[in-house]
Design a protein around this ligand. Structure first.
Ligand code: DC
Length: 222
């Protein structure tokens, strides 16, 4: 096990942006575990499986071969031989990922893969259960959060920049619903690990959050 960094937190707290910058600063590999759950969700959507049909979701675990590769330093998720990165970032896939990730067979499959990567390389890994389940021995754990209002505003601005019509109150309600599901599920719910450092990014810039996490890393790891 290397000097891994585990970053957990709710959707929209800025985990992937920050984790990518921290990884670049330390020449570590960035592992986006949400993208793996999203690839599983994409497989289920393409198969027409309902998020409530847990028996079929469990049965699909053996049919979906998911792995990650690095292309020009960026993580690519490979689903049954196909690079699916371009299809993972929709609301539909995100919501299906939040629902299907409650399934214990999906979680067992993903966490085994993620633990293996953490054993082989020095990583900055982000997700919901990294500090608690996937990398419990990581010397540096961060719980990165922000208020629902701030996260909804960020998402709203992202959609506006892309020219997509959006309603701020609907986005805020969806974020709150996703938080609730991720935090109250039976298996590996999102929660702050006892030894994680809490960072609230609501009123911090990206650079301030990155510097704070690097400072925690140097304090813990040297
Ligand atoms: O971080 P994200 O929005 O891409 O994650 C999509 C969903 O995947 C999230 O709502 C819950 C699930 N997930 C998980 O259960 N455990 C992880 N380590 C990462 C993501």
């Amino acid at each position: 096990m290397g000097k891994n960094i585990a970053i957990d937190g709710p959707a929209g707290a800025g985990k992937s942006t920050i984790a990518r910058k921290v990884a670049a600063a330390l020449s570590y590999i960035y592992v986006d575990t949400g993208a793996m759950y999203r690839a599983m969700a994409l497989f289920l959507i393409e198969k027409g499986i309902s998020p409530d049909d847990s028996a079929s979701i469990s049965a699909c675990c053996d049919q979906a071969d998911i792995s990650i590769e690095y292309i020009d330093g960026e993580q690519a998720v490979i689903l049954n031989g196909r690079n699916v990165n371009a299809f993972l970032r929709t609301e539909e896939v995100g919501n299906m990922a939040s629902k299907s990730s409650v399934n214990p067979d999906v979680r067992a499959k993903m966490s085994a893969l993620q633990k293996k990567i953490g054993r082989e390389k020095d990583v900055v890994m982000d997700g919901r259960d990294i500090g608690t389940v996937v990398l419990p021995d990581a010397p540096c754990k961060i719980y990165l959060t922000a208020s629902v209002e701030v996260r909804a505003q960020r998402r709203y601005k992202e959609l506006q920049a892309k020219g997509v019509e959006a309603d701020l109150s609907v986005i805020a309600a969806e974020i709150a619903e996703r938080d609730h599901r991720d935090m109250t599920r039976e298996h590996a719910p999102l929660k702050q690990a006892e030894d994680a450092v809490l960072v609230d990014s609501s009123y911090m810039t990206i650079d301030q959050v990155t510097d704070r996490i690097l400072a925690v890393y140097h304090e813990k790891v040297g």
